[in-house]
Design a protein around this ligand. Structure first.
Ligand code: ATP
Ligand code: MG
Length: 444
């Protein structure tokens, strides 16, 4: 049974006096039955938005309408927000864009259950007494750990909103559930509906998949269902593209999925892992060899990430790391070279490159010694010695340079600053005002 605050129960009691039964619904009921952490509690009842508002205010409970067409009311009880939606049915036109033609409020909990996506998401727990209502067989599916659409014909659900295909994959991975065969086949048959879904919505689901558990399995499911052409189209030619067997056990797509899974649980790193070799098919096609795949890959990743409407700073970070991910692949660079390059990259990029190098090797399917060990050692030593990782960390400013050398503002000042940064990357003890004022004369 869900643990609900007494104040919310009291609110439900008062409503039931008016003939309205208040239910907790969706993810919270599912997660509490599975013994998982419950994040937020969504509410539902037959009360129309205005009616609920009126009752809440009469009882001294804060409430406001947040989405009139869908009938969503935000109820605040004891400082906690709950979203209440009125039981409803939705009807959809053609296409998978999830734009209901009409939303009709309903008195029936059953009707409401069958507009929801999966049976395990359509369980209702009475707020006042904890009874569970299960019109679509969700309890049995929770027991069997299966994701199944609420309707007997899964196409009905998956056709109305293409995004449900991505939700299916997300829930399967997050809950570690299998997918009912009928639901699986319908997802495959309707994958093309994803082309009607807004990129922002697809991105939100992709983010949750990438940051969830079992990333490899989830990505493999997306491929099996046929969702990739509508989500990450440029990765499609990576599927089945074989590579040198001495370096890679897997084809490029499998390698990307495995590398992604090996990255730390952080969106930027996950995207670097997922896309780092996206340029391989293009490199092979254009040049007959893979040499420039980092250059092509950075461009291709930018196209993909812009289309998915990621923020510019994240796109720059991911594409920058992809462009550089082949740097010193053979681990031949000296400590001094690494120090200079790392200082030029800055801390974040250096960490991204160390991370992708490690994940890339693990994602190749072979247990090779990690070439990133050397990089990591050099980077950590620089950190310990407080080496500067950007010109702004130098103990002199552009003004100091101009004054000391008697030169005007311009490109030259920038060049001198950069030279001082590279010098201090190797000799951190020289990042000190008087030493730098002397050293800058050598940079002229
Ligand atoms: P979580 O919040 O843990 O991701 P959830 O099940 O609460 O899982 P939400 O996206 O918060 O998922 O949606 C709440 C409920 O609304 C779902 O459980 C489901 O019943 C319904 N729902 C949400 N989005 C859709 C959709 N696209 N199609 C059908 N039903 C949906
Ligand atoms: Mg939720």
């Amino acid at each position: 049974m869900l643990k609900l605050p007494t104040a919310l129960k009291a609110f439900a009691e008062a409503l039931s006096g008016d003939g309205v039964k208040l239910y907790a619904v969706g993810g919270c009921v599912r997660d509490s039955l599975l013994g998982r952490t419950v994040h937020d509690v969504d509410l539902a009842s037959k009360a129309r938005p205005e009616e609920l508002l009126e009752r809440a205010h009469a009882l001294g409970v804060e409430a406001k309408i947040v989405q009139r067409t869908l009938g969503t009311v935000l109820v605040t009880v004891d400082g906690v927000d709950y979203e209440h939606t009125t039981f409803r049915t939705e009807s959809y036109g053609a296409g998978g864009a999830h734009k209901p033609d009409a939303v009709r409020f309903s008195d029936s909990l059953e009707t409401d259950a069958f507009r929801r996506d999966f049976s395990v998401n359509a369980l209702y727990e009475s707020v006042s007494d904890g009874t569970i209502l299960d019109p679509t067989g969700g309890l049995d599916d929770i027991r069997r750990r299966v994701l199944r659409t609420t309707t007997a014909d899964p196409s009905v659900i998956l056709r109305d909103d293409g995004l449900r295909i991505l939700r299916l994959v997300r829930f399967a991975a997050a809950l570690d559930f299998s997918v009912d065969p009928g639901t699986w086949e319908a997802a495959k048959a309707n994958a093309a509906l994803l082309k009607d879904v807004a990129w922002e919505r697809k991105r939100q689901e992709l983010d949750r998949i990438l940051l969830g558990p079992r990333v490899y399995e989830a990505l493999a499911m997306l491929k099996e269902i046929g969702a990739l052409p509508y989500l990450l189209p440029e990765l499609v030619p990576c599927d089945g593209m074989t590579q040198r067997k001495d370096y890679h056990r897997y084809d490029v797509l499998t390698h990307l999925f495995r590398t992604c899974e090996q990255t730390p649980d952080e969106l930027g790193m996950r995207l670097i892992g997922l896309l780092h070799d996206a340029g391989k098919p293009e490199a092979l096609k254009r040049d007959g060899k893979l040499y420039a795949h980092d250059v092509y890959g950075a461009e291709i990743a930018r196209t993909m990430l812009e289309r998915l409407r990621y923020p510019t700073a994240l796109i720059d970070r991911v594409c920058g790391a992809i462009r550089l991910h082949m740097f010193d692949l053979r681990d031949e660079a000296s400590d001094e070279t690494l120090r200079r390059r790392f200082a030029g990259f800055g801390r974040e990029r250096t960490q991204d490159l160390i991370m992708i190098r490690e994940a890339d090797v693990r994602g190749s399917g072979y247990k090779t010694a990690f070439v990133a060990e050397h990089w990591r050692r050099v980077y950590e030593q620089m950190q310990r010695e407080h080496a500067p990782f950007s010109e702004s960390e130098l103990k002199v400013t552009g003004e100091d340079i101009m004054r000391e050398l008697g030169i005007k503002a311009g490109e030259r000042v920038g060049k001198i600053k950069h030279a001082l940064l590279l010098r201090c990357a190797v000799h951190p003890e020289e990042n000190e005002r008087s030493a730098l004022l002397k050293r800058m004369h050598d940079c002229l």
